[in-house]
Ligand binder design. Structure first.
Ligand SMILES: [Zn+2]
Ligand SMILES: [Zn+2]
Length: 552
C-alpha cells in the first residue's frame, strides 16, 4: 500500500538569496527524502514557500527605498530559479503573500480564539514619539551590554552575535530617527501556549524516533515552562488581524509562517482541481515530516503542534529531522560579513550534482560540519569523477565500442559475478533503510560502496584484456557491471538526480528514472546505448584560491 508522505520544508525569509548553509540545513535533505519516497511509489506532497513578511524585509525595503512587496517578490523569484537549477523538487513552492494563505491563517486564528486559545491582552511596548509608531525589536538600537558595540539591535547584536531584548540595550533609541522611545501599553493577541504543556510533553516523550538533539531541545523548552506568546504586532506589512480595531496591526510572522505548510497544501489541492485532496496528507495515516534547521526546532515541535492541537483534526508532525549548522572554512555563515557562498553564484559557475554530493556526504545531521572549497574540489575529483564517473564512462565506452552500441547477452555467471549482483540487490535495502529514517549521510556512503566494489570487480575481470581471448567472458563482465551501474543510478538518484537521469539515458533505458521505481533490473541485455559522455567534470585546483578570495 503506498503511503502518504508530507514533506514540509522550512519557509525561507524573502529578504535575500540563500546560501549553502540553508541548503544543507533543510532543502537538500527534504528533496532527497521526497525523491526516495517517489521512487518507492509512495504519494509525496513536498511544499514550502517564501516567508514574505517580517521586519528583516521591511528594513531592507526602507534601506533600498522600495516597497516590502517588491523586495519579497524579487527574492521569491530568485528562490524559484534556484530550486529549478539545483533540482529541489517542490510540488508547490508558494508564498505567504497570497489570499489563500490569509484565508487559512484567519480560519486558524478565529478557531483558536473561539476555543479560548487566543486571547487579547495589553503589553508595554516601545513607541517613538517622533515617528508616531510602535517599534518592533529590530527597529530599536542601542549599545550592546556584552561587547559594547554602539549599534546593537533590539533582537540581536550583530557584532558579538548575542540574542537580546530591547530592554537590555544601553541608551535605547529609535533605529529610524534616533529619538528615545517611550514605553506605552499596546493591545495584542496571545497564544495560550501554557495550556498545552502537559499534552505536548507526553506527545514529545512518545516520539522515540526523533533525533536526540531534537528531543532534548524540545524537552528542555517544556521544562523551562511554556509561556503564552504575542501573535500580533504593530506593523503595516503582513497578514491583517481579522478583528475590528486592529487595522494598524499585523499577525506575527512566527504564527502565520508555520501555517504556511497547511495553506500551501490547500493551494496545491485547489491547483490540482480537487480542493479536498490536501486531507490525504494531513489526516488519517499520512506521515508529516518537517525539514528545518536547528534554530527552528521549538516552532515545529512545540508551537505549531500546540496550534494543531488547539485547531484539531490534523496530524501532528511525525518527524522533525532538524539539522545542525554547516560552517564555511571553519566559521559560521554570516550575511552581514559576506562570509557565505550564495546559491545563485554557485549555480552560475558549477553543476548542481557536485554540490548535492558534498553536502550529502557531509550533512550536519548530528553535529556541525564544514564546507571548504578545497574539500569540494577534492571530493568532486577523487570521489564523483574518479570512483563513480570514470567507472560509468569506461564500461559504457568499452561496451559501446566492442558490442555495436548494445548491451550484450549474458552467459553463465560465476561466483564473483553473483557476488556483485547480490551486493547490488542488497544495496537497495541497505540504502533505503537509512534514507527512510532520514540518515542521509549513511545512505550515500552505502550507495558509494557499491561503486567501489564494482571498480574492484572490473579490475579483477579486466574485460579490455579478456576480450582478446573470449568475447563471451568480456560480455559477461560488462553485462554484470552495467547491472550494478544501473542500480547505482537508482540508489543515487535521490542525491544526484541530474547525473542519474543522464545515466538512465546513456544506458538506453526508456522514460524517466522515476518510472523504474526503487528496483534492480537485470540483465539489461539488448538495450541500445546512447553515445557515451562523462557524467561529471574534473575541477581545476585553481578554483580553491579564486573562490576563497571572494569570501569576507
Ligand atoms: Zn554585542
Ligand atoms: Zn523614530
Amino acid at each position: 500500500m503506498p503511503e502518504h508522505i508530507l514533506v514540509a520544508v522550512a519557509w525561507p525569509y524573502a529578504n535575500g538569496p540563500l546560501h549553502l548553509g540553508h541548503i544543507a540545513g533543510a532543502y537538500l535533505p527534504a528533496d532527497i527524502f521526497a525523491r526516495y519516497h517517489r521512487l518507492k511509489g509512495n504519494h509525496v506532497l513536498m511544499v514550502s514557500g517564501s516567508d514574505m513578511h517580517g521586519t528583516p524585509i521591511t528594513i531592507g525595503a526602507e534601506r533600498e527605498g522600495v516597497s516590502p512587496e517588491e523586495v519579497a517578490t524579487r527574492n521569491h523569484r530568485g528562490f524559484l530559479e534556484s530550486w529549478q537549477k539545483l533540482g529541489i523538487s517542490f510540488d508547490l513552492f508558494t508564498s505567504t503573500h497570497t489570499p489563500n494563505h490569509t484565508e487559512v491563517v484567519h480560519d486558524i486564528f478565529r478557531t483558536l480564539q473561539d476555543r479560548g486559545y487566543v486571547y487579547k491582552d495589553s503589553m508595554p511596548l516601545a513607541y517613538c514619539p517622533e515617528c508616531n509608531r510602535y517599534l518592533a525589536d529590530r527597529y530599536l538600537e542601542g549599545e550592546c551590554p556584552y561587547c559594547h558595540s554602539p549599534n546593537a539591535r533590539g533582537d540581536q547584536c550583530d557584532e558579538c552575535g548575542k540574542t537580546l531584548n530591547p530592554t537590555d540595550l544601553i541608551g535605547l533609541r529609535c533605529g529610524v530617527c534616533g529619538a528615545s522611545p517611550e514605553i506605552r501599553p499596546s493591545e495584542h493577541f496571545f497564544l495560550r501556549l501554557s495550556e498545552f504543556s502537559d499534552q505536548l510533553e507526553s506527545w514529545a516523550k512518545a516520539q522515540t524516533h526523533w533525533r536526540p538533539n531534537v528531543a532534548s531541545f524540545t524537552m528542555r523548552y517544556i521544562k523551562e515552562g511554556l509561556r503564552d506568546r504575542a501573535i500580533t504586532r504593530d506593523l503595516e506589512w503582513g497578514v491583517p488581524v481579522p478583528v475590528d480595531g486592529f487595522e494598524t496591526k499585523r499577525i506575527y510572522v512566527w504564527f502565520e509562517a508555520v501555517i504556511g505548510y497547511l495553506s500551501a497544501s490547500k493551494e496545491w489541492a485547489k491547483r490540482n482541481g480537487d480542493s479536498e485532496m490536501w486531507r490525504q496528507f494531513w489526516q488519517g495515516d499520512a506521515r508529516p515530516y518537517y525539514f528545518i534547521g536547528k534554530d527552528n526546532i521549538p516552532f515545529h515541535t512545540l508551537i505549531w503542534p500546540a496550534m494543531l492541537l488547539g485547531y484539531g483534526d490534523l496530524n501532528l508532525p511525525y518527524d522533525v529531522p532538524a539539522n545542525e549548522f554547516l560552517t564555511l572554512e571553519g566559521r559560521r555563515f554570516s550575511t552581514s560579513r559576506n562570509w557565505a557562498i550564495w546559491l545563485p553564484d554557485y549555480l552560475e559557475h558549477y553543476d548542481p550534482d557536485p554540490l548535492r554530493y558534498i553536502l550529502s556526504v557531509n550533512m550536519p545531521e548530528t553535529g556541525d560540519t564544514d564546507f571548504s572549497w578545497r574539500e569540494f574540489v577534492r571530493r568532486n575529483n577523487d570521489e564523483l569523477v574518479a570512483t563513480y564517473g570514470n567507472l560509468v564512462n569506461r564500461v559504457l565506452s568499452f561496451t559501446y565500442r566492442n558490442f555495436e552500441g548494445h548491451i550484450p547477452p549474458i552467459g553463465e555467471l560465476n561466483a564473483s559475478d553473483n557476488a556483485l549482483l547480490g551486493m547490488a540487490r542488497d544495496t537497495l535495502d541497505r540504502v533505503g533503510e537509512p534514507l527512510g529514517n532520514c540518515r542521509f549521510k549513511e545512505a550515500i556512503k552505502v550507495a558509494f560502496a557499491l561503486a567501489q566494489e564494482t571498480n574492484r570487480y572490473l579490475d579483477g575481470k579486466a574485460p579490455w584484456k579478456a576480450i582478446k581471448q573470449s568475447r563471451d567472458a568480456a560480455a559477461n563482465a560488462v553485462g554484470v557491471a552495467l547491472g550494478a551501474i544501473s542500480c547505482l543510478g537508482t540508489v543515487l538518484y535521490p542525491f544526484l538526480p541530474f547525473s542519474s537521469e543522464k545515466l538512465h539515458r546513456l544506458l538506453g533505458s526508456a522514460g524517466s528514472i522515476e518510472d523504474g521505481g526503487w528496483n534492480f533490473s537485470f540483465p539489461l541485455t539488448g538495450q541500445a546505448l546512447a553515445k557515451p559522455e562523462p557524467l561529471f567534470t574534473k575541477l581545476d585546483e585553481e578554483i580553491v584560491a579564486e573562490e576563497s578570495a571572494k569570501l569576507g
